[in-house]
Design a protein around this ligand. Structure first.
Ligand code: MSP
Length: 525
């Protein structure tokens, strides 16, 4: 894979739920990363979509008096609209009902049958109808024959199933984890998987016969392919890896393997164990990293359907209308549950983050600097001088923060990346307060000094802005236009070098983040 290619995926979202903060969160953090990589000049493929088969969708459709397809069309369209609403720049939106996906899944399963990795066997044990998941006797006993997800009793099940021979991959999966310690991140999640791996891998039933809304097993149409197997394949069907050579999507294949497959922690087992085993069985390369983030909870409580406290689209829209989309993106990326612990979505904290970081720090520095340039330098970027104003070498200081940001983004440490960019801005803030150019300007003989101070402030804010562009693209576009910075060059590293904004460049005043009165309680609370 040429090094300038990157691929990032989100889970594909079930259509029997409406879009909510969880879906928006995962897709937004992937979007931040994808944009950042594009700014660095990399050729990025960013994939998201909807997971549309299975018993639950069939039932939800029935309850609504719709065909499963009509139901899936409706909710999938809602997810697609959500991606647009939140300015998410996915390159493809895959649906598991796309004929291209269905055909490729069948061809993969056929290959697995031919290689003996999928075989027909009889299952006797327990079935969790809500999760469409089978449980062995031992496992079912551990949970007292009750679904840990829905709380409903497991059902006794005996049926012929196609199985994926996961047990045959025990050694290879263990070797994968030993040889690639960052295959699953964060570390705490990796350790959980290592623990479960020690219990030994069992073969996985990958077909169902008790309903029909799914992709038929090739050669035995009584069976449909288990929705999880169908769904996992989306990552490679979207890139055309299962298409015959020379087909339409052939040119996308080079994006595989994915750089990051970002998921929530609840679906890690499928992605960290079953998925790589399937790829191994097919002789395909493995993703570089499966990144499992934690969960948003809401005002101290787990979000759940029964509590009805999901931060839904309406609530998100409310934050967007009050604070702006970029403020929401900033909060999600900066305060989200990227690590091993859950994050609480607190209205008060949202307000505080917005006010402290965006209004008082970034917005304030940009507006003070440009207002003073308007007042003391006729609105043009002033020249620097050799004057030693403070003990900081601004060029190397900024260089360091640029390097920290890029390195943090590379390891998907979004708050680390944002933090380094904000370090620059905070330094500018202190610099303005310490040197007080507005006071110096009262004496005309200080003009060269004032120019030098404002030059340094503008350069530093410009560099920080370039680093933050992936997070708050609309606001940075405003700044670019006010400060005549042009469009992003596609070479972020060069753009972030000190001295990029030449003296004489028109610098207009900007007000990026308006102060917001306290936004009031969550809607509906
Ligand atoms: N369809 C499966 C995934 C198949 S991928 C091959 C699925 N869909 S889902 O609609 O339930 O979406 C789950 C994903 O939504 C999680 O993995 C996570 O990315 C996101 N979130 C759902 N609730 C969440 C929170 N409360 N907090 C953060 N993200 C969570 O599972």
């Amino acid at each position: 894979m040429p090094t300038d290619r990157r691929c990032i995926t989100t889970p594909i979202y079930y259509v029997n739920d409406r879009p909510h903060i969880g879906h928006v969160y995962t897709t937004t953090i992937c979007d931040v990363w994808a944009r950042f990589e594009r700014l660095l000049g990399r050729d990025v493929f960013f994939l998201t979509g909807t997971d549309e088969h299975g018993q639950k969708v069939e039932q939800s459709a029935q309850e609504r008096g719709l065909s499963p397809m009509a139901f899936a069309d409706e909710i999938s369209a809602e997810f697609r609209k959500t991606m647009e609403l939140f300015n998410l720049t996915n390159d493809e939106f895959i649906r598991t009902t796309d004929p291209q996906h269905e055909q490729q899944v069948q061809s993969f399963v056929k290959r697995l049958m031919e290689s003996g990795d999928v075989y027909l066997g009889t299952f006797e044990g327990w079935y969790d109808a809500g999760q469409e998941e089978y449980w062995t006797e031992t496992k079912a006993k551990e949970v007292d024959y009750t679904s840990p997800i829905s709380g409903k009793p497991l059902e006794r099940a005996a049926q012929d199933n196609y199985y994926f021979k996961l047990s045959a991959f025990q050694n290879r999966i263990e070797a994968l984890f030993a040889e690639h310690p960052t295959f699953v991140r964060p570390e705490a999640r990796r350790n959980e998987i290592l623990g479960r791996l020690r219990e030994g891998l069992l073969d996985v039933p990958i077909s169902r016969t008790n309903f029909t809304w799914g992709i038929p097993v090739p050669g035995n149409e009584e069976h449909v392919i288990y929705v999880w197997i169908d769904a996992l394949f989306n990552y490679i069907t979207a890139l055309g890896l299962g298409e015959p050579d020379g087909d339409r999507a052939g040119d996308r294949r080079d994006y595989w393997p994915a750089t990051y497959q970002v998921i929530g922690k609840e679906i890690l087992w499928f992605h960290a164990v079953i998925w790589p085993a399937l790829l191994m069985a097919l002789g395909l390369p493995l993703p570089h990293c499966v990144y499992a983030h934690s969960f948003w909870i809401s005002e101290g409580k787990k979000m759940s359907k029964s509590l009805g406290n999901f931060i839904d689209l309406e609530q998100l829209q409310h934050y967007m209308d009050t604070y702006g989309l970029d403020a929401l993106r900033y909060f999600l990326a900066m305060q989200g549950p990227l690590g091993a612990t859950d994050s609480d979505f607190l209205r008060a904290q949202f307000h505080e983050t917005y006010t402290t970081d965006l209004v008082n720090t970034l917005g304030n520095c940009a507006s003070r600097t440009s207002a003073m340039i308007g007042k003391y330098c006729r609105g043009f970027m002033p020249a620097d001088s050799d004057a030693e104003i403070d003990d900081l070498d601004w060029a190397s200081f900024c260089n360091e923060q640029v390097a920290i940001t890029i390195a943090a983004m590379e390891r998907f440490d979004l708050s680390g990346a944002i933090g380094a960019a904000m370090t620059i801005v905070r330094r500018v803030d202190a610099f303005i307060n310490d040197t007080a150019p507005f006071k110096l300007a009262k004496d005309e003989s200080n003009a060269p000094l004032v120019s030098a101070i404002l030059h340094r402030c503008t350069e530093a804010v410009r560099i920080a802005a370039c680093l933050l562009e992936a997070v708050i693209p609309q606001k940075i576009a405003e700044l670019r236009s006010a400060w005549t910075l042009g469009d992003p060059s596609g070479d972020l590293t060069t753009e972030c070098r000190w001295g990029g904004c030449k003296p004489g460049t028109p610098i207009a005043k900007v007000a990026l983040f308006p102060r917001v009165d306290d936004a009031g309680p969550h809607l509906g609370t």
